[in-house]
Design a protein around this ligand. Structure first.
Ligand SMILES: [Zn+2]
Length: 424
């Protein structure tokens, strides 16, 4: 009798091992003759309400299942399996990890002339941590010297450092020479620059089509040159983001086929029409002038630039309203510069000030941002197969968008980064 029981147990154990080997994460055990699935590593998040980043409205009392670094299931009808670790967020609104499509993780207040890359990299690491801890689990970093954003991305991807997923541009194309002076002749070297960025591992190409705020309206690259940049980038399957404030720069970039116009602060009717026609994204960076002006003592700008920023503060809001009313595709990007890392969600507050509904603003920083990056297969919504990048807030972000500035829970790739939710 004892022998038979032993055989049965051994057989059950063999089945369990076989099942474990076949299913990977699933482990089957025999409890009083019943086969029960115990799923180690499986996490179930009970949500008060879920804004999944794809559906029209929030879902009440949903469950999100996480298996390893991915979402296994999400919705109202999802059951919590036996053995799953439960995270109770029933007092919270759960959303996809936020995405900022315009950051500068290497920018910091203490920059010194000829700063060594190792020093910049340390600041960049700290900025990456601050960004993730504010609920931004993915960023598109548009411009960093010495390939620091590429290395930071790799370090984070290896799990050696805490930070968001990064789509990195590396060095941007930036020229102060008027394009007209050598029309056409710069194209071979421009193509070579783009090829080198792609070889270095860039995820996106950044070009300054016009100078920074206060730098004038001239074109740094002609439409023909931008077209060459877009064409060369496409060979490596990369898209191009164009910094442009001035109207002619915006139009040249859109006609040349860039995926997004960054700032786009001087839109006229034709530029709006072109953006809609080409389905070019506008990343309006609305909060940025306010950030600079609020920290005037920390930035060493000349008077022309401060005046330009004063002008931009109001102009950008009007511009945004015009684009929104016309139906331009607007995607969230804060242009996180020194001091803005970790305050990225201020941009969402300003997008709502500019006329977006909170739901529209959230979409612009989740599913639309993922789409702009070409990462819609991995981030931007809470659905099966995507990375388990999940945040939760205590207040209702559909009523008060600033709720996203007080993130209580953050998970990135199945790992809990922050949890102020327990015990509430
Ligand atoms: Zn920027």
């Amino acid at each position: 009798m004892r022998y038979i029981t032993h055989c049965r147990l051994t057989l059950a154990f063999c089945f369990a091992v076989a099942a474990f080997l076949m299913t990977g994460a699933l482990r089957l055990v025999n409890v009083r003759g019943n086969v029960v699935a115990v799923q180690p590593g499986l996490i179930a998040i009970r949500c008060g309400r879920l804004i999944d980043g794809k559906g029209p409205g929030p879902i009440e009392n949903a469950v999100v299942l996480i298996n390893g670094d991915r979402i296994a299931a999400a919705g109202k009808d999802v059951q919590v399996p036996a053995g799953a670790q439960v995270i109770d967020l029933r007092r919270f609104t759960v959303l996809p990890g936020l995405i900022d499509t315009h950051t500068h993780l290497t920018y910091h207040y203490d920059t010194e002339q000829n700063e060594r890359p190792a020093v910049t990299a340390i600041y960049a690491g700290e900025n990456a941590r601050l960004t993730l801890e504010a609920g931004f689990t993915t960023v598109r970093n548009l411009g960093a010297a010495d390939g620091i954003d590429l290395d930071l991305r790799n370090t984070i991807n290896r799990g050696a450092y805490s930070g968001p997923r990064i789509a990195a541009s590396g060095s941007p194309l930036f020229s102060n020479r008027p394009a007209e002076s050598q029309a056409g002749s710069r194209i071979p070297s421009i193509r070579e620059f783009v090829r080198k960025q792609a070889q270095a591992g860039a995820d996106v190409i950044k070009v300054f089509v016009t100078p920074g705020a206060g730098g004038g309206d001239r074109l740094l690259y002609s439409e023909e040159e931008i077209r060459a940049i877009v064409d060369e980038a496409a060979k490596a399957n990369l898209k191009v983001a164009a910094h442009a404030h001035a109207t002619e720069g915006i139009k040249a970039a859109v006609r040349a086929g860039v995926v997004s116009v960054e700032h786009g602060s001087k839109l006229d009717d034709e530029a709006v029409r072109l953006m809609i026609e080409h389905h070019t994204a506008l990343v309006p960076t609305l909060y940025l002038p306010n950030h600079y002006l609020a920290h005037r003592d920390k930035f060493k700008f000349d008077e022309a630039r401060w005046q330009a920023l004063e002008g931009l503060r109001g102009a950008m809001l009007g511009n945004f309203h015009k684009a929104l009313a016309a139906g331009v595709w607007i995607v969230m990007g804060s242009d996180a510069v020194a001091g803005l890392h970790g305050e990225n969600a201020r941009e969402l507050e300003w997008m709502v000030k500019g006329g977006m509904t909170p739901a529209q603003a959230i979409k612009s920083a989740t599913s639309d941002a993922a789409l702009l990056m070409g990462w819609q297969d991995r981030v931007g919504s809470i659905e099966a197969g995507k990375f388990a990048d999940i945040i939760a807030v205590g207040d209702d972000p559909l009523k008060d968008i600033t709720a996203l500035q007080r993130v209580a829970f953050i998970m990135k790739g199945g790992n809990v980064v922050k949890n102020l939710a327990s015990g509430r």
